[in-house]
Design a protein around this ligand. Sequence first.
Ligand code: 0O2
Length: 200
Amino acid sequence: MVEDWQSFLAPYRQAVEELKVKFKGIRNEFEEANLQSPIEFVTGRVKRPDSILRKAKFREVVEMNEQNIEDVIEDIGGIRIMCQFVEDIYRVVEILHNREDFDIIVERDYITHKKASGYRSYHIVIAYPIERITGTDSILVEIQIRTLAMNFWATIEHSLNYKYAGDYPMELHKRLERAAEAAFQLDEEMSAIREEIKDA
Ligand code: 0O2
């Protein structure tokens, strides 16, 4: 068991704050150079203990402690990068690949391979070195990169998931599928008129 959640989560809070500053910095650099930024905005959060425990239970973890927790839950620290266009997501991925301040551990492209739920996003899990008064630690942070349309769908589906625990009534399930398709079409349309939007 985790004895003291406050101190266990402290490095994650620090990592999320640092990464938000860094990724907002990328956006600022594009703006200062008068270039269209592939990053629209950045958010971050640290998973709450109740949510960590719920996920561990869902994944049927028998005994979780501070040493093995990251084997099961890679998204205690989470960053979301929102983009206008699907193409921007891959530009952001390339930018992240070229950085030297963290290592990429896993990549999951749920855009080319959407989840059964209809969920689309690009996930990158990084090992991020964090400087503490006790020395350097390396912790995992999950970066989700998605368009505004993907984010809209995922946010709504996420709240419904809490209500129905994933067990949606058939009618709602169908509506969510249609909404996912509509979000996909919106991204396609926006990409098609991207050049015009960029000129504007
Ligand atoms: P939170 O913090 O409330 O968002 P894995 O399945 O382990 O191979 P994956 O998909 O990266 O890889 O891991 P996981 O744990 O299934 O999902 C990580 C996060 O991705 C989730 O965090 C969501 O933020 C998002 N996500 C994944 N699948 C879906 C989905 O079907 N719908 C929505 N809305 N979001 C999804 P949590 O755990 O939900 O917590």
